[in-house]
Ligand binder design. Structure first.
Ligand code: GLA
Length: 368
């Protein structure tokens, strides 16, 4: 069923159109809330927001992804309802708290970033919304503060205790351009992906939700480990600290070991990409996955299967769970030119063995 256009919904054309991509994290998982390093890149799928100002203080919002219903509220009267519209309300709430003067708007969202897939549908929506408001009201809001505001909306209004990686990635990463980010200082560099690196992204079809318990539990475990080791954040530890890390009570030692070794793997991955060393990058992907599965315990059997199918495939150099975990997607490194065929093979075999329907997100259009 075709979903209604902006004009159909609101009786006039949109004045502003803005968008933001989803992201795939290449490596550096569960390091952002520990002050560590991450290396995400943008995916082709984007979330688009069309918007027009109103003369009053009402916000009317519709999403092509959920039908033709229009949700309405007054600026300053935002209230969490545990629905997608919390992201819209979170944005006007955060902008208001930051002292930006807004008026009412009509807006329509359309997302091609699959929800709950570990590819940052939430951050893409928040960043696209903030860009649309920035354009419509000529807000003086640079990219990094915009990413921080998106995080504030998600943490303090939506109630998901996520780190800063996704908002920064959806704001700053580009096509074949990874964002090497120090999540403590927010210093970053853009690392171009050389031609030998061909990504595959397969969504397991099993959705996750970070507002739920497991992500929160991991964060709390990291905080306890840092406190027990006398550091402000796990980022402050070095590989030479691993003996005392592993002396912590279970499971804190393994949780902290994941973070310490993952930070090292991000640094090694940046070196491998710059050297065009795909083999080494692939090995780092597998090592990262093993650490997430065994030490951090955020994988699930279906995701492990996708990674293991990659290990057995001669056209795949590396594979790992990407994003927060407990479902979501796998990112794989394919031999140049082999990505689409490998993705189709893997997802078909996955379907046969699990009965779940995997979707190939990259290469875009493969596997449809
Ligand atoms: C989710 C969060 C991020 C990050 C990842 C794990 O995607 O939104 O902030 O913590 O999980 O790396």
């Amino acid at each position: 069923m075709p979903t209604p256009s902006f004009e159909r919904l609101f009786g006039r054309p949109a004045a502003v159109t803005a968008s933001a991509p989803g992201r795939v994290n290449l490596i550096g998982e569960h390091t952002d809330y520990n002050g560590g390093y991450v290396l995400p890149t943008a995916i082709p799928q984007r979330t688009q927001v069309e918007l027009a100002r109103r003369d009053d203080d009402r916000v009317r919002a519709a999403s092509a992804n959920v039908g033709s219903a229009v949700f309405e509220y007054r600026l300053g009267a935002e209230q969490r309802r545990s629905r997608w519209t919390d992201y819209v309300q979170g944005v006007t709430w955060a902008l208001g708290h930051e002292g930006f003067r807004l008026g009412g708007v009509d807006l329509r969202v359309e997302s091609r970033v699959p929800l709950g897939s570990g590819l940052s549908s939430s951050a893409a929506l928040l960043v696209a919304l903030l860009r649309a408001f920035r354009d419509a009201f000529a807000l003086d809001l640079a990219d990094v503060p915009l990413a921080r505001l998106a995080k504030r909306a998600e943490n303090d209004f939506v109630g998901a205790p996520v780190g800063i990686m996704d908002q920064m990635a959806c704001t700053l990463a580009g096509d074949r351009q990874a964002l090497f980010l120090d999540t403590r200082s927010l210093d970053y560099t853009i690392v171009a992906l050389p031609p030998g690196i061909d990504l595959v992204i397969v969504n397991s079809g099993i959705a996750h939700n970070h507002a739920k318990g497991d992500y929160r539990t991991r964060r709390a475990e990291c905080e306890r480990a840092a406190e027990a080791l006398g550091v402000a954040q796990l980022r402050d530890l070095e590989p030479s600290d691993l003996p005392r890390v592993m002396a912590l009570p279970e499971p804190l030692g393994r949780r902290a070991r994941h973070v310490v070794t993952e930070d090292e793997r991000v640094l090694a991955a940046v070196r491998a990409i710059k050297a065009g060393d795909v083999e080494n990058l692939g090995q780092l992907f597998y090592a990262s996955h093993d650490s997430m599965r065994d030490d951090y315990e955020v994988s699930i059997p279906e995701i492990d299967l996708l990674v293991d199918l990659g290990r057995a495939d001669p056209d795949i150099h590396g594979a790992r769970l990407t994003g927060g975990g407990f479902g979501g997607s796998v990112v794989l490194l394919a031999r140049p030119g082999a990505a689409a065929a490998a993705a189709a093979r893997l997802s078909a075999e996955y379907g046969r063995r699990t009965g779940q329907r995997a979707t190939v997100l990259v290469p875009d259009g493969a596997g449809r």
